[in-house]
Design a protein around this ligand. Sequence first.
Ligand code: URP
Ligand code: ZN
Ligand code: ZN
Ligand code: ZN
Length: 459
Amino acid sequence: MKEFDLIIKNGTVVTSTESFLCDVAVKDGKIAAMAQNIEADAKEIYDAAGKLVLPGALDAHTHMAMPFGGTVSADSYMAGTRAAACGGVTTIFDYPVQHKGETIRGLVNSKKEVLEKEACVDYAMHCCITDLNEGEILEEMEKAVAEGITSFKCFLVYKKEGMMVDDGMLARLMLRAKELGAMINIHAENPDLIDYYTEKFLSEGKTSAWYHYMSRPEFVEAEADKRAVHWAKHLDAPLYLVHMADKEGLEACIEAKEEGADVFVETCPQYLEFTCDVYKREDGRNFVCSPPMKGQESQDALWKAIKNGMIDTVATDHCPFQSYEKDWGKDDFTKIPNGCPGVENLYPYMLDAANSGKITFERAVELCSTNVAKIFGCDNKGSISVGKDADIVIYDKDKDFTISVDNMHSDLDHTIWEGKQLHGYPIRTYLRGNVVYDNGDFVGTPGLGEYVKRSPRKH
Ligand code: URP
Ligand code: ZN
Ligand code: ZN
Ligand code: ZN
């Protein structure tokens, strides 16, 4: 019997705090040993000389097969997690949305049924609550937390879609989550301002994708960000703000953090790369997502917080729609399904930022992997260290890669990242010791992904 299943030799291991030359040995899906020179038998020896050995990324924000915008997001759980594996993401967090009256158990089980067959990487869930079911949900949350669902989402928008929560619901959910060691994630934008501007622009015949941005500009997001932070501070309850895109809201979060509030901030690669100018492009509708990309000042503030540690995570909000669906809104921005692809681009994009010296590799690992695992209680994930799951990405700092729809592994027929040049790229992904991506090819298996049971937060 071989002592190990796999030894990755001669690579540079990167954690959120340091980088060092080290061999990594894997047994039964776990990292079993780490040392300078492991001389032992293994079924597979991989020579990673000159390469970086990174923990797999955890994409804390995806919407696979999500009914939304009059259709369903274009990546099935199979296609979306296949793309994830090829971008070095070894765990996704899905956002299943509760139908009115549905129980958490019903919602989770319906998704697990599909994921057990289709998932190519591991998966966790943040459940989007839309209805308290006369208080039943608050009761049920206890069981959900015990079963590893330790975060729930509230939309402060999407009234017409039936997904919005009101303040009374929000307060109850935040307090109950706090009590249970769980957390509420919030999508913050002001719905009434969006409605006001939308009606106004439509009545003026202003219908291009640019008016998607103009109907939800910076202050519309900031107002809701500030409100969410205000609640978190005064209820003394933890809060995770998803897809932060504006400067003023970000500043409110930073201020709250400095006062010691448990406020966590996520942003997305699309906000770091694009500004609202994309909505003036011929293909502007492909970039339509909520919240929209903002101006340069906001983007600069996001990068500053990426660099100084005030943003906690980068996740994708992967929610793609095919070109024909985006085209529904060619002449009316309100008919464009909201959402963009990104699950395969997250880690390569942030690692490219590290490779060019914008941030350190340790910081890229912290933002895309270690912090996500810590914040959301994935105890076996997020680091290359003995005892953790062997979710490992081999990264070649010298490999040049140009993103194109032709080299992506999602089912989408276009990408907002078309033509983006990256210096450095993942060449291999291991999921619990199994190779699932190898030099451009998906080599994993649908159904190999497992449910990640998460731990509650410690008070
Ligand atoms: O436009 C987006 N972001 N679509 C997905 C749903 C959401 O708000 O996260
Ligand atoms: Zn959202
Ligand atoms: Zn989202
Ligand atoms: Zn190059």
